[in-house]
Design a binder for this molecule. Structure first.
Ligand code: PEP
Ligand code: MG
Length: 874
């Protein structure tokens, strides 16, 4: 029979998956001989079973809870349901990964109308007894019955006002008794039934409510952003109550072994006398700094310091502890590795190595790669943010904090930015033509589009804050305003975006520059020593490449050359190329593009200082370069000396029902090989030019969207012919390679054949995910939200590699490719290349490198080190 319930004395820290962090640590503290009020943990498997059984706790689990309760009664010497000598418990959630504040807690469970009298008599403290009861009713009503706390707070506050007092502690026993009567009446009124008096019924209902809280919207959201699987479930801890509200020799508090904001090695925390835990956490009363405990009660302070130091040494990590003092005796209620800011995380990791507590490898594992993000972008001033009002929420597409004036076109963004005004570009969705506007904007807001939509990808590449797919934001680009819930925001109005949470504010919120301390560099050095994967960047211009180089990129894994053609001075030549009717005309237009493209590549090679640079040939469908609206077509026709009808005809001729499955990638080069010829010339001539200056560039030419080896061979032959003739003519030696992206499932299936022509592979997991699932990468965001709500998916396959399906194709391709070419270089350049979980996967399947946007390079470096420490590569 499955064991679902464990006494603390049966548990230890190794049982985290089964008992959650809190349960496992309570067991461990018990083992370490620390003063822990005893109790038991109902396992995470019981939670899963609860959901499997249609949200009910089955009789077997109920019986195991009862047995554990009896065993605990023996330990504490009290009987549950004994009204003379009441045995009260707390019921608290505790998942495998800590999710602070996401789920629920109930204290003082076991009280009823009789037990409260017993407690009053036994402790000779009716004030304490009724204070405990009123707290219990509030928490039980809130957590179990989902009756909002505000109903009870109103009654409580009314009493305080009636008595003309400020502090809760000034209420007397009689007042609290009256308050309890009021609470019970309110409970019965709102619940339709009186407050349950049977402690066992209270307990089962509470356990059930904690299981249910695993599925509350807060918890679901937290799990989604932290990539915590829904299947894990939460455990429930039932623990004998100790009371911090028994008078002035009692109290409760929270403390950290180091400062969680700065990482300083100082004891940090707060406590309150004559209070219960939620008073501290909920900020109802203003607590005292923990240092004052030393004056108030030196011996307890000393004991607490000793315990906390022992815990920090034991867990080799900064601890976040909850404690209670009951009538002058200290109890430990919880310990866990403390949450901390990124800066604190770095400082603590490095200090602990200096102190000899951690090895470098262990220290690296203590810093969450995702956290580094906050060190790389500007941040909101926490105080101003707290005061600001959220008007809508979208996808947290590119992190950072942006505040600026709303503008609705790229041109306007550029104009205002040139005047020194911070701007936020607000669009229905962005198109490549918006790129310049995006580059000058502090942030980008779109009402449509997913995490790999154009806006999201480009913004991340630039390190520009972006909130995408905010459906509530109705944009009217023509009339230059957007509307949320009937409120209009005009051009020039200040708004703010939090790219890390997706929140949108209708006002100016103060920002602070990101700071990168010396600790950051030290940790990165350690990461580099410990990783097997190389880390490159996706960059299309020297500016981004330079940022990435400074962040430690070891090459460019993807240069999307089309982005180079969208700039104002180039798009015309590109358009001429597209509307050309003859090869001659096309060649003329391409000849205009050649020097610009060559110059781009020189810039990229130079920014990368000899590291490899992978250049991908033109990929998007050509219609993206032409306008769609008649007015714009007419204007362009005039500029190009064409008739409106003629240009309109070209635009319509390029229209496709499914452009993402259409005339793009290698298919363009097959139709127009002269584009590949021009690009090859630019790549090779630029390399020769910089190598003359002493660099040693070996360009990597990458052909996109290949699904069949003959497609690749057709283009490769052209590339090689052009490249070799230029090299020969120049009389130099230049190594270059030609490879392909693996982004079509067929390419993964036939990787062994494709590797006969391809000298390297790079996984384009944006398209590979799109085509493996059949989900449009631009539109899936809309309905994937329903998938998360209905638990069909835990998270977005466009953000984390779907290891089961897409990953299986990747593994096949790695094996197939290396069957043909033993040491074949393989990388990833889809958005997943900067996602820590996906970086782990790439390490595990033996890729050579990951490539990600510049601002994610440090994250990928650390994630690669984590992966190699956990699963060392031979
Ligand atoms: C990809 O498909 O993963 C990729 C990197 O190419 P793009 O996003 O430009 O289609
Ligand atoms: Mg692609």
């Amino acid at each position: 029979m499955t064991k679902y319930v464990y006494l603390f004395s049966e548990a230890d820290q190794s049982m985290r998956n089964l008992l959650g962090g809190k349960g496992a640590n309570l067991g461990q503290m018990t083992k370490l001989g620390m003063p822990v009020p005893q109790g038991f943990t109902v396992s995470t498997e019981a939670c899963t079973k609860y959901y499997e059984d249609g949200k009910r706790i089955n009789d077997n689990i109920k019986a195991q809870i009862e047995d554990a309760l009896h065993a605990t009664e023996k330990i504490v010497g009290k009987t549950f349901g004994d009204n003379e000598n009441p045995f009260l418990v707390s019921v608290r959630s505790g998942a495998r990964a800590s999710m602070p504040g996401m789920m629920d807690t109930i204290l003082n469970l076991g009280l009823n109308d009789e037990a409260v009298e017993g407690l009053a008599k036994q402790t000779n403290n009716p004030r304490f007894a009724y204070d405990s009861y009123r707290r219990f009713i509030t928490m039980f009503a809130d957590v179990v019955m989902e009756i909002p706390k505000s109903n009870f707070e109103a009654i409580f506050d009314a009493k305080k006002e009636e008595k003309g007092i400020e502090e809760d502690t000034e209420l007397e026993a009689e007042d609290l008794k009256e308050i309890v009567e009021g609470f019970k009446a309110k409970f019965a009124e709102l619940n339709g039934k009186p407050f349950p008096q049977d402690p066992k019924e209270q307990l089962i209902l509470a356990v059930q409510a904690v299981f249910r809280s695993w599925d509350n919207p807060r918890a679901n959201y937290y799990r989604k952003i932290n990539n915590i699987p829904y299947e894990w479930g939460t455990a429930v801890n039932v623990q004998a109550m100790v009371f911090g509200n028994m008078g002035d020799d009692s109290g409760t508090g929270v403390a950290f072994t180091r400062n969680p904001s700065t990482g300083e090695k100082e004891f940090y925390g707060e406590y309150l006398f004559n209070a219960q835990g939620e008073d501290v956490v909920a900020g109802i009363r203003t607590p005292k700094p923990i240092s004052e405990l030393e004056k108030d009660n030196p011996s307890i302070y000393k004991q607490f310091i000793e315990i906390s130091q022992k815990l920090e040494k034991h867990y080799k990590d900064m601890q976040d502890m909850e404690f209670t003092i009951e009538k002058g005796k200290l109890y430990m209620l919880q310990t866990r590795n403390g949450k901390r800011t990124a800066q604190a995380a770095l400082k603590i990791a490095i200090d602990m190595v200096d102190e000899g507590l951690l090895t470098e490898k262990e220290a690296l594992l203590k810093v969450d790669p995702k956290q580094l993000d906050s060190l790389l972008h500007p941040q909101f001033d926490p105080e101003s943010l707290k005061a600001a009002k959220v008007i809508a929420t979208g996808l947290n597409a590119s992190p950072g904090a942006a505040t600026g004036r709303a503008v609705f076109t790229a041109e306007r963004a550029a104009e205002m930015a040139a005047q020194g005004e911070p701007v936020i570009l607000v669009r229905q969705e962005t198109s490549p033509e918006d790129i310049e506007g995006m580059a000058v904007a502090a942030g980008v807001l779109t009402s449509r589009g997913g995490m790999t939509s154009h806006a999201a990808v480009v913004a991340r590449g630039m390190g520009t804050c972006c909130v995408a797919g905010a459906g509530k934001v109705k944009v009217n680009e023509e009339a230059k305003y957007f509307e949320v819930d009937g409120v209009k925001y005009q051009e020039g109005d200040f708004i703010s975006l939090d790219g890390s949470t997706g929140k949108i504010y209708g006002e100016q919120v103060k920002t602070m520059d990101a700071t990168v301390s010396g600790d950051f560099a030290t940790l990165m050095e350690w990461a580099d020593k410990n990783r097997a994967l190389k880390v490159r960047t996706n960059a299309d211009n020297p500016r981004d490449a330079k940022v990435a180089y400074d962040f430690g990129a070891e090459g460019i894994g993807l240069c999307r050359t089309e982005h180079m053609f969208f700039e104002a001075d180039r798009i015309m030549a590109m358009r001429e190329m597209i509307v050309s009717k003859t090869e001659e005309e096309r060649a003329k237009a391409l000849a205009k593009l050649l020097p610009m493209q060559r110059e781009d590549f020189v810039g990229l090679y130079e920014a990368m200082q000899g590291y490899p640079v992978t250049i991908r040939y033109l990929d998007p469908p050509l219609h993206e370069f032409l306008p769609n609206e008649d007015e714009e077509i007419a204007e362009l026709a005039k500029e190009m000396g064409l008739s409106f009808e003629e240009l309109k005809g070209t635009v319509e001729g390029l229209e496709e029902t499914n452009p993402m499955l259409g005339h793009r990638g290698v298919r363009l080069s097959i139709t127009y090989p002269e584009i590949a010829r021009m690009q090859t010339r630019a790549v090779i001539e630029a390399a020769i030019e910089v190598n003359k200056k002493g660099m040693k560039v070996e360009p990597e030419i990458m052909i996109p969207l290949v699904g069949e080896v003959k497609e690749l061979k057709y283009i490769k032959d052209i590339v090689v012919e052009v490249a070799d003739s230029i090299i020969k003519e120049a009389g130099v030696k230049l190594n270059y390679s030609v490879g392909t992206m693996i982004e079509i499932p067929r390419a993964a299936l036939l990787a062994d054949e494709i590797a006969k022509e391809a000298e390297f592979f790079s996984f384009g997991t944006n398209d590979l995910t799109q085509m493996t699932f059949g989900f449009s990468r631009d539109d899936a965001g809309k309905f994937l939200a329903d998938y998360y709500d209905k638990k069909v998916f835990n998270n977005d396959p466009f953000q984390h590699v779907d290891e089961k399906g897409v990953g299986k194709l990747m593994k096949m391709a790695v094996e197939g490719g290396r069957e043909t070419r033993k040491d074949m270089k393989m990388g990833i350049c889809g958005e997943h290349g900067g996602d820590p979980d996906s970086v782990h996967f790439c390490h595990d399947i033996n890729l050579s490198y990951v490539s990600c946007s510049p601002f994610r390079v440090p994250i990928a470096r650390l994630a690669a080190a984590h992966a190699n420490i956990k699963n060392p590569r031979k």
